[in-house]
Each structure stands twice: as structure tokens, then as C-alpha cells.
Write a protein that binds this ligand. Structure first.
Ligand code: NAP
Length: 492
């Protein structure tokens, strides 16, 4: 599809974005005039282009964040909170425009985009409330000689690097607590989906965010532009959401400046169904845990670990539901499954399925790349999958549900924990004592019991093991942007 074949509303959504860098409150072109093409994953054709920042542009963005830091830290918390609250109202009011934009650049159906907007906007509201709840402690030292005070201060300028799968929420989960805490920032959205972040930046400015607090750098020269910022001694925090491989290399780079670091990395979530589970609820939960965001979620159920006595029935019902989903361009109102984000992603999902089938897996539904344009892959359910298949050991990031079986609770937990990742685990059972054993036994940062979704702005989101460290959301979320200072008050 060429740009001219977009509908009026689609064209309008794209035109609602400043396709430039936001640096120190100014929308600028890249210093060498370069641009970065944004594609429509439902056709593989061009949508529009945005500025492609150079190393000098990255440095200018950090200069702006550093310059704005003192005034922003001194801005009253209520004022910071009210900016967030206004931004929340504006995002909700303009949901339809943003949903269309997000669907165009990322591919997911409009219903998924709307759901992300409701979730992503909620971080703005949640942290507008948290902004005025930052406090310290006062105590008498055990020997009575001094007084102990603690206070919280903003960490300082932050660099935020976000992925394409939730182009709004992965940004607001970082931007909102940083704004609330009094930090300034440079944000680099994924090159595949820069439009949503540029749209949000426009809203934040309209909501009254002062120049330089939020700076946006879109670039395809990613490592080249980011590394000097990470190594710049003025930067105080790096927060990253993305793949474990990139996260590892950024942690290494951050060691030089001993930065505060948060890492929200990949997942390989187990979804365990015990023989006493309510099977209807388990299938509903599986649909949500697998198909939210077309499976392109770090929290997506990656391995369905099902008791051998119910595995066949669970597989049959799941395949029926998955096979009935309507696949198409995300802008169609009745579409439930859009294209994957790019060809590389679609090919990698197809390869995982082919390899599993070659290793002995059976396809219950899906499994074939459709003909035609766009990066579509059908909802797919596999059984008899060998545990050594890559579809079991790697993050799938697509609409594919492999089913494995177990016979004892101990075996289920062992299988669930047999991964380098530790983001989230799901379990379905009606046995209360087992519920406790399972949530205590899962080596993950989050657990969903009898529910297929855990993401909630009021709860601490994050992982353990190769899924990273740090928490976003909840009362923990703002702590990532605050330093604790202790004052010993003597001379009494
Ligand atoms: P990615 O390839 O790691 O990219 C994420 C971000 O890092 C993008 O903005 C990317 O920029 C940037 N990046 C890539 N190479 C870089 C480098 N050398 N230096 C600095 N930045 C670099 O991941 P993705 O494919 O976009 O996202 C999918 C991954 O994110 C999955 O593994 C998923 O599990 C994870 N994820 C985790 C969470 C969580 O909260 N735990 C949430 C969502 C997604 P470019 O776009 O320009 O390459």
C-alpha cells in the first residue's frame, strides 16, 4: 500500500504527529536531514517517515534534559502531578485517533490498540497520584545522640529505550513515574513504531510539560546514537524494555557510569493447567495470555503445561477458539488478529513452528504462512511438542500455543521453572493449598492465578533471572526514579 491509498481518517491520524525530534521543546529535523521510513505491517508498504537522529542530535537531547533538570526537580509535586493528570484526560479523549495510528504502524487490531491505550494512559493517572505521596522518615538514633532523617530526591536525567510491541504503554510506564519524581529524560522509541511516542510527546507538551523535560530521539542508528549517551557522565539512569540480548549489552555499557538501571526484558511464560482446574476458565485465560497483542507480549504464555488427563480436551477447545479468530488488517473493526510487526518477526515465528513439526509436533490449527501481502501468521496450536524444541526454549512472540503434558505437581513446577527467563507464570487450579505452593514455587517476578493477565498499573511489573530487574507501576514504580538521602542530625 502506498501512502496515497490510506483512508481520510488514517491520513489524519498520521498527520496528527510531528515527524521530528523533540529536543528542548523544539521539533527539529535530524542534523543531517536523514529520515527513517515507517512501514505498514499489513502490506509491507510505506506509511510515512520521521527524523532519523544523528549522534549530535542524541547529544543535544541529553544537553536539553540536563539543562532542564534543576528547575524540574524544584517544580512542586502537585504541579507535576497535574500535568500527568491532564495528559491522561487528553489521551483518553483522543483514544480513537491514537488507536488508529498505533494500529497502522504496529499492526495490532483496533480493539488491542484501544486496550493498550486504556492501560498505557492509566500510568499517567496512577503516577499523577503518586507524585504527591513521596515522603521520607524521621527517627531517633538507637543511642539517642542524633536524629536520622531520610528524604527522596529525583535520580536525575534518564535515558529510556522502549520496544515496538506496546509503543504507548512501555513509554508511559517509564515517563509517568519519572515526571512524577522530578526527573528529566531522553526517550528513544523503537524504529518500527516511532509515531505513537511522537504523538504522546505532543500531548505531554499540550498538557503543560516544560521544554526539555521530555526529549524524543527517533533513530535507525540506534547503537551509535545511544552508546555515547549511556557513557555520558551526566546521565544518571538507564531504563530499558526490550530483548534480553540487547539488555545484557546495555547493562555492560551502563557499568562505566555506574548508572541506576532498570531492565524489563524477555519472557517465556509457563501456563500451567492442573487436573482440578475449571477448564472453561483455563481456556478463556489461555486465549488472553496467548492472544493479547497477537502474542507479541513479554507476558505472553509461551508454554502450555497441561495435566495429562485434561491435555487433549484443553487442546481441542483451545484450537477451536484460536482457529475461529478473524485475521486481517488491524483497521477492520471485526478483525481479531492483525499482522506481526515485520517480516523478520513473522519468519522467525514460522521457523519455530516448522522446526517443532519436524521434531514431531502435531498441528491442531494454523501452522501455514498465508499467501498475499503483509506479515500475517495464523493462530496456531501445537501438541506433542518435544521439550527441547526451540518453540519451548525461546520467546515465540507470535500467535503460537505449544502444549506439553505433565503428571505430578512437582513435575509441572520443574518444567515451568526450566527456563532462563522469569517474568510471569500462570496457573489454573481450584485447590487453595496448591495455589500457595505454586505462587511460592514459580521463579518469576509475577504470577497470575486463575487469570490470564497480570499487567496492572497499580501493581509492580517486572521479572527475575534473564527477564531483568526493577519494577514498573505500583508504589514501587516511582522508587526507580528516586534516590534516598540520609541526613544524620547531630549537635543536639
Ligand atoms: P529490542 O530489539 O531489544 O529493541 C528494544 C529497543 O532497544 C528498541 O528501541 C531498539 O531500537 C533498541 N535497541 C536495539 N539495539 C540497541 C542497542 N545496541 N543500543 C541501544 N538500544 C538498542 O526488542 P524488541 O524486538 O523491540 O522488543 C521485543 C522484546 O522486548 C521481547 O524480548 C520482549 O519480551 C521484550 N519486552 C519486555 C517487556 C517487559 O516489560 N519485560 C515488555 C515489552 C517487551 P531499534 O528499534 O532502533 O532497533
Amino acid at each position: 500500500m502506498s501512502i496515497s491509498s490510506l483512508s481520510g481518517a488514517e491520513q489524519q491520524a498520521i498527520e496528527s504527529v510531528h515527524p521530528r525530534l523533540l529536543i528542548g521543546g523544539e521539533w527539529r529535523d535530524a542534523s543531517d536531514g536523514a529520515t527513517l521510513l515507517v512501514e505498514d505491517p499489513s502490506t509491507g508498504g510505506p506509511l510515512t517517515s520521521v527524523a532519523d537522529a544523528t549522534v549530535a542530535d542524541g547529544a543535544a537531547a541529553l544537553d536539553a534534559a540536563v539543562a532542564a533538570q534543576p528547575d524540574w526537580a524544584a517544580t512542586p509535586p502537585r504541579e507535576r502531578g497535574e500535568i500527568l493528570r491532564r495528559a491522561f484526560d487528553m489521551v483518553i479523549e483522543r483514544t480513537e485517533e491514537l488507536a488508529l495510528l498505533m494500529t497502522l504502524e504496529m499492526g495490532k487490531p483496533l480493539a488491542e490498540s484501544r486496550a493498550e491505550i486504556a492501560y498505557g494512559a492509566e500510568f499517567l493517572r496512577w503516577f499523577s497520584e503518586e507524585a504527591v505521596r513521596v515522603s521520607g522518615r524521621y527517627s531517633v538514633a538507637p543511642n539517642g545522640a542524633t536524629r536520622l532523617l531520610t528524604l527522596k530526591q529525583p535520580v536525575g536525567p534518564c535515558l529510556m529505550i522502549t520496544p515496538w510491541n506496546f509503543p504507548l504503554a512501555m513509554g508511559t510506564r517509564k515517563i509517568a513515574p519519572a515526571v512524577a519524581a522530578g526527573c528529566t529524560m531522553v526517550v528513544k522509541p523503537a524504529s518500527l513504531t516511532p509515531l505513537t511516542m511522537l504523538w504522546l510527546a505532543g500531548v505531554m507538551r499540550e498538557a503543560g510539560l516544560p521544554d526539555g523535560v521530555l526529549n524524543i530521539v527517533t533513530t535507525s542508528r540506534t547503537g551509535e546514537v545511544m552508546e555515547p549517551l549511556i557513557r555520558d557522565p551526566r546521565l544518571r539512569k538507564l531504563t530499558f524494555t526490550g530483548s534480553t540480548a540487547v539488555g545484557r549489552s546495555l547493562v555492560e555499557q551502563s557499568a562505566e557510569g555506574l548508572l541506576r538501571v532498570s531492565m524489563e526484558l524477555g519472557g517465556n511464560a509457563p501456563f500451567v493447567v492442573f487436573d482440578d482446574a475449571d477448564l472453561d476458565a483455563a481456556v478463556d485465560g489461555a486465549m488472553l495470555a496467548k492472544m493479547r497483542n497477537i502474542g507479541e507480549a513479554c507476558t505472553a504464555a509461551n508454554r502450555f503445561i497441561v495435566h495429562e488427563s485434561v491435555a487433549q480436551e484443553f487442546g481441542r477447545r483451545l484450537a477451536e477458539r484460536m482457529g475461529a479468530l478473524r485475521v486481517g488488517r488491524g483497521t477492520g473493526d471485526d478483525v481479531e488478529v492483525g499482522p506481526l510487526v515485520e517480516q523478520k518477526q513473522r519468519d522467525s515465528v514460522a521457523e519455530l513452528v516448522t522446526e517443532a513439526v519436524d521434531a514431531g509436533a502435531t498441528v491442531l490449527t494454523g501452522g501455514e504462512v498465508p499467501d498475499g501481502a503483509g506479515w500475517f501468521y495464523p493462530p496456531t496450536v501445537l501438541t506433542d511438542v518435544p521439550l527441547t524444541a526451540r518453540v519451548a526454549t525461546e520467546e515465540i512472540f507470535g500467535p503460537v500455543a505449544p502444549i506439553f503434558t505433565f503428571s505430578t505437581e512437582e513435575e509441572a513446577l520443574r518444567m515451568a521453572n526450566d527456563t532462563e527467563y522469569g517474568l510471569v507464570g500462570y496457573a489454573f487450579t481450584r485447590d487453595h493449598a496448591r495455589v500457595v505452593r505454586v505462587y511460592e514455587g514459580l521463579e518469576t517476578g509475577m504470577v497470575g492465578i486463575n487469570q490470564g493477565i497480570v499487567s496492572n498499573p497499580a501493581a509492580p511489573f517486572g521479572g527475575v533471572k534473564a527477564s531483568g530487574f526493577g519494577r514498573e507501576g505500583g508504589s514501587e514504580g516511582i522508587e526507580e526514579y528516586l534516590e534516598t538521602k540520609y541526613v544524620g542530625l547531630g549537635g543536639l
